[in-house]
Design a protein around this ligand. Structure first.
Ligand code: ADP
Length: 322
């Protein structure tokens, strides 16, 4: 059976207790484990497939906390490097009354995971494995190199590459830097997950169908287009498979996209996907895969946080059967 390797950011999200305030006016925060790649690994492990996180945290209390939380979800943590040189990453994000987001990030040490600190040769991976990554980890060049190595090694083994551009503009010097890093890595992925809010920014094309087709570059075999409450469309080349979202009582949409792609990749592992059978498998099983992923995303919106909001496999199954 294959394993998901999720590479990149893991950090502590501090969620404001006072809603709608500017960050400087928030007095109390709740501490939650986060970072998009970590959320995806937790979803896959929680539903019952093998998942491992590749990242770096400090040798400090928050590093201990993150490792504990990932292990509790069932994620393997033996590829998490610990360092004394920097503290574990932190993220403070508040949604102001005017709808704008205030950010304050401390992104070391996961952004500085160096090639020489971790074994990422092809022998680290196997056929039937999946590597998932996001663009926030392409901002700094050490991590970009580490990503390139992981992608190449996974490909050598015939594994699947999954990429979520996950645009976070405040982290970049310019929108152009962000776009060009995304377009640099996109052709190396087999699966690209993109949300309706990101499509025009990344492609520069207004027409939805044309924009989606423009993403089929290099090795891209499938594009998963997420549309919030409206569900998601899966494109396998020119073939489009639509799916409806589930109606739930929304509490906090943080981590919905990660839970969605986590559910999607979980299904691929369960079905024994490889880069060779991926297209056929997506054509045959699209309905089941999308239904599971939509249920995973929807249920995650019913609770606060990302990893802490992930449902059990049982809950996903029950929603699917409704
Ligand atoms: P992202 O979080 O990456 O921007 P979306 O907001 O499109 O992505 O959400 C990802 C998936 O999570 C959707 O395709 C859907 O399955 C589920 N989802 C998100 N928001 C809701 C919602 N309000 N109600 C039900 N499902 C949702």
């Amino acid at each position: 059976m294959g394993m998901l390797y999720s590479i990149g950011e893991v950090l502590i999200d501090f969620i404001p207790q006072q809603k709608g305030k500017a960050l400087k006016d928030v007095v109390t925060f709740e501490r939650m484990p986060g970072g998009a790649p970590a959320n995806v690994s937790a979803a896959v492990a929680r539903y019952g497939q093998a998942a491992s996180m590749i990242t770096k945290v400090g040798e400090d209390a928050f590093g201990d906390f993150l490792i504990e939380q990932l292990e509790e979800a069932g994620v393997r943590t033996d590829m998490i490097v610990r360092t004394k040189q920097a503290n574990t990453g932190l993220a403070f994000v508040s949604l102001r009354e005017d709808g704008e987001r205030d950010f304050s990030f401390y992104r070391k040490p996961s952004a500085d995971l160096l090639l020489e600190e971790i074994e990422l040769d092809a022998s680290s991976f196997g056929r039937g494995d999946i590597l998932h990554f996001c663009s926030v980890d392409l901002v700094e060049s050490p991590m970009k190199q580490t990503h390139r190595k992981a992608v190449n090694s996974m490909k050598e083994q015939g594994g699947i590459i999954s990429f979520d551009p996950n645009v976070r503009l405040p982290l970049w010097d310019s929108a152009e830097d962000c776009r060009s890093a995304i377009l640099e890595f996109l052709p190396s992925a087999h699966i690209v997950k993109i949300s309706d809010e990101e499509l025009e920014f990344i492609t520069g094309i207004q027409d939805e169908q044309e924009a989606i087709q423009s993403l089929f570059q290099g090795d891209v075999q499938a594009v998963v287009f997420t549309k919030g409450a409206k569900g998601a469309d899966l494109y396998v080349g020119k073939e489009k498979y639509g799916s409806n979202g589930f109606t739930v009582k929304v509490e906090d949409t943080t981590g919905a996209g990660d839970a969605f792609i986590g559910g999607f990749l979980y299904k691929l592992l369960e079905l024994g996907a490889t880069s060779e059978n991926l297209i056929e498998l997506l054509h045959d099983q699209h309905a089941d895969i999308l239904r599971f992923a939509n249920a995973s995303g929807a249920l995650t919106t019913t609770k606060r946080g990302a990893i802490s909001a992930l449902p059990t496999r049982d809950k996903v199954d029950r929603l699917i059967k409704t």
